[in-house]
Design a protein around this ligand. Structure first.
Ligand code: UDH
Ligand code: MN
Length: 358
């Protein structure tokens, strides 16, 4: 009798433990289910539970969205779509859908750039990238400059919208020669190349006079398989090339093409010859010049008189006859200069440089 009675007590005790455990588990389960239901429907949006839920639903949310309660609430209501990120953007098409074709320009109007400075799409230093797609190229625009403020205004006024319609990821660099010594356009181009690359991983460089405005946005300010001449049909030359080898005004070279020719020459002081020298460099390196057609390539130069300290360089003919001998030692690999100051305007980065004198 004794062992049997003991067994029955044990059996009852065990049954009680199991019953208690089951009750405990059910109560826990009930609380758990209630708490998750509460959280998704009624809980106030505190950063803590927002993160928890966001993670559960597999969303990625940037930290900036989480800082303001109002943005957070609106994000929470649209739970089915992920917030677009740069990675999710597609490449821009080869031909931008925003192009408008030929347009006239008018240099007699007074330009006020302040409205353009308010444009939130352009960021300080004259940087822009399209929001709708990822640009095919990152383009630095290099402008040699001194005492041409009025021309600069026109350039910025027409070129910013032009480049934006072309869906380019671009930056504008105005390279100003410090002091009043003889001007050196080509050396300023080299400085522009070097300085722009310190800021961003540009893969294409447009070298443009400050006074040349393209009339047709189908003339894309980007780089091509071969170095490209862009100012092919200028009003001052009767809308045609002045000669077949002409490479002046506005040109485009990829980083690779530019390095292949060792950049521009540094020792053309005064007006003329440096564009023919770079043309020679291009052909001596086995490349050719690519161009838009004469309709798409139409552009206008703002009329002006010759600047002081930019007289025609009498040495230019001798120099361009010797490009083959000089190009390997004179160029981006031998460039020296000193940055005097940098100004970040909303619409451009101006770098003033001491480039020495002849
Ligand atoms: N530049 C300056 N400041 C200067 C000199 C040149 O900013 O003092 C730059 C500017 O970007 C200019 C470019 O260098 O567009 C080429 O110089 P340029 O415009 O003087 O050359 P272009 O061939 O004229 O247009 C040469 C003299 C024209 C005299 C015409 C008289 N009808
Ligand atoms: Mn000019």
């Amino acid at each position: 009798m004794e062992p049997r009675a003991n067994f029955s007590v044990l059996h009852r005790a065990c049954a009680l433990v199991v019953a208690l455990c089951t009750l405990h588990l059910s109560v826990m389960l009930l609380f758990y289910l209630r708490s998750t239901g509460d959280e998704s429907e009624h809980a106030p949006p505190s950063p803590g539970n927002f993160t928890l839920r966001t993670l559960r639903k597999g969303h990625s949310v940037s930290t900036s969205t989480m800082t303001s309660t109002s943005t957070m609430t609106s994000t929470m209501t649209s739970t089915s779509t992920a917030i677009p990120t740069t990675q999710a953007l597609e490449k821009c098409p080869d031909t931008s859908p925003l192009l408008v074709g030929p347009r006239n320009v008018n240099f007699s109007q007074t330009i006020d750039l302040n409205e353009m400075r308010q444009d939130p799409k352009v960021s300080v230093g004259g940087r822009y990238k399209p929001r709708e797609c990822v640009s095919l190229q990152k383009v630095a625009l290099i402008i040699p400059f001194r005492h041409r403020e009025e021309h600069m205004k026109h350039w910025l006024y027409y070129l910013h919208p032009f480049l934006q319609r072309q869906q380019l990821d671009y930056g504008v660099y105005v390279i100003e020669q410090d002091g009043e010594d003889t001007f050196n356009r080509a050396k300023l181009m080299n400085v522009g190349y070097a300085e722009a690359l310190k800021e961003y991983d540009y893969d294409c460089f447009i070298f443009s006079d400050v006074d040349i405005i393209p009339l047709d946005d189908r003339n894309t300010y980007r780089c091509f398989d071969q170095p490209r001449h862009l100012a092919v049909s200028m009003d001052k030359f009767g809308f045609r090339l002045p000669y077949n080898q002409y490479f002046g005004g506005v040109s485009a070279m990829s980083k690779e093409q530019y390095l292949k020719v060792n950049g521009f020459p540094n020792n053309y002081w005064g007006w003329g010859g440096e564009d023919d020298d770079i043309y020679n460099r291009v052909t001596f390196r086995g490349m050719s010049v690519s161009r838009p057609d004469g309709v798409v390539g139409r552009c206008k130069m703002i009329q002006h008189v010759r600047d002081n300290k930019n007289e025609p360089n009498p040495q230019r003919f001798d120099r361009i006859a010797r490009t083959r001998q000089t190009m390997d030692s004179d160029g981006i690999n031998s460039l020296t200069y000193r940055v005097v100051r940098t100004e970040k305007d909303q619409l451009f980065t101006k770098i003033t440089v001491d480039i020495g004198k002849p």
